[in-house]
Design a protein around this ligand. Structure first.
Ligand code: HAM
Length: 408
């Protein structure tokens, strides 16, 4: 038996319908903020992802040569593709540009609960706005999305400028390692880097700081101070609860200022359900240096965090017919479907009793068409929950079912 590749999933209708419903709710949220959907290819030139992050990232990607010898990668995320699209085709658009996407991504990671090799991201990119208001809007959209998707989460917000101001004198490689340790709050690994003890004290003090004043007391005044204070004040104005966290370093290398992450309360190790921040990428792809910000929500993690749910079945009619009623049954079913009602009918010429027992499993109503009904142009409509039935015209049968809400 051939199995699906490691780290991928098949989705049965119940689960997929639920995912589509949550997806729809998320689309409605970003619509209200003025974001419009874009789509990019699932594979890109490998270079798009290595330009900023270096060759090291190839290990974490599905990268291969196509038949023409081109280096290609399945997209591990959508920010770089969307910015490539902006530089290729949308530079002239009026800014700021508000875009969102919902698409699958591929990462060659060790699969576990909440971590897959194919997973879906719902994200936004706000291109060409550089202000505390822009940072705050992006965070507010993320907060709105997660809230309306029904998960319990904690939002952490920070700014890379704070950490960078303390480690700006370190060589690039070392500063990357320091950021990695701080991101994970791995103080043991930080000790192993043999940094100046005063620096270690400042760094740990910064990421443990509870107020902006405490944090700025450690970094001293930095050029970004006013903007950072303004952004946090705006989050308060938006009414968004957050945890100040200047330890957030983000794994991806393109962030420049404000950064944020959200953690779901009921997930295990893989509890990060959203990550984002302000970044610059356009200039790397041949465009002007364009300040942007955005985030992506791990859609699969949202679904795991929501937990098990019972899917409500839309009201369903089963058309059940005797051999004499079978042909009339086609137009009866068509009438129900035309009215927007989900309608199924027997395809195998089964007996009336086995059609009825089949219907009891999948439907809420049965429209029975025997010889008598076929001749009179009527149906016997039976409500399976009450057992009541009545011979009525097709129009009456349709009207009797329309307007009934979903049943669980
Ligand atoms: P990221 O933090 O790498 O950021 O991914 C965003 C989210 O995708 C994560 O918070 C997580 O929920 C989900 N995710 C990541 N890897 C997996 C996986 N293997 N399985 C399931 N879910 C996963 C980005 O991708 C940036 N492009 C976000 C961004 C947009 N920054 C600016 N604009």
């Amino acid at each position: 038996m051939i199995q699906k590749p490691r780290g991928t999933r098949d989705f049965f209708p119940d689960e997929l319908e639920l995912r589509r419903r949550v997806e729809k709710e998320m689309r409605e949220v970003v619509f209200r903020w003025g974001y419009r959907e874009v789509a990019t290819p699932e594979f890109e030139h490998l270079e798009l992802f290595t330009l900023r992050s270096g060759e090291g990232i190839i290990e974490e990607m599905y990268a291969f040569q196509d038949k023409g010898g081109r280096d290609i990668a399945l997209r591990p995320e959508l920010t770089a593709p969307v910015l490539r699209m902006y530089v290729n085709e949308a530079k002239v658009l009026n800014k700021p540009i508000r875009w969102f996407y919902f698409g699958d991504c591929f990462r060659y990671e060790r699969p576990q609960k909440g971590r897959y090799r194919q997973f879906w991201q719902f994200g936004i990119e706000l291109i060409g706005a550089d202000s505390a208001y822009a940072d705050a809007e992006v965070i507010a959209v993320g907060h709105d999305l997660l809230t309306s998707s029904g998960v319990s989460f904690e939002l952490h917000v920070g700014d890379l400028a704070m950490m960078k101001s303390l480690i700006s004198d370190l060589p690039i490689d070392l500063s990357k390692q320091v950021r990695g340790c701080l991101d994970k709050r791995d103080y043991g690994a930080l000790d192993d880097l043999f940094l100046d003890p005063d620096l270690v004290q400042s760094l740990t003090g910064l990421i443990e700081s509870k107020t902006l004043d405490d944090a700025f007391a450690i970094t001293g005044s930095i050029p970004e101070e006013e903007r950072i204070r303004e952004m946090f004040a705006l989050l308060d104005t938006h009414g968004i609860p957050y945890v100040q966290n200047f330890g957030i370093a983000r794994g991806l290398d393109y962030y420049t200022g404000c950064v944020f992450e959200a953690y779901a309360e009921n997930l295990g190790a893989e509890n990060q359900i959203m990550g984002g921040g302000a970044y610059r990428l356009a200039h790397l792809f041949g465009g002007d240096d364009t300040p942007s910000s955005g985030f992506a929500i791990g859609f699969d993690r949202v679904m795991v965090a929501r937990g098990e749910e019972v899917v409500k079945r839309p009201v369903t009619v089963a058309v059940v017919a005797t051999p004499e009623g079978r042909i009339s049954g086609i137009s009866v079913a068509a009438a129900f479907r035309k009215a927007g009602i989900r309608t199924i009918s027997d395809l195998m010429g089964k007996s009336l009793s086995s059609q009825l027992s089949q219907a009891a499993k999948h439907a809420d109503y049965v429209a029975v068409i025997g010889g008598r009904e076929a001749e009179a142009g009527m149906v016997t409509l039976r409500d399976l929950s009450s057992g009541e039935q009545q011979m009525v015209t097709i129009e009456e049968a349709v009207a009797g079912v329309v307007g009934v809400g979903a049943r669980s």
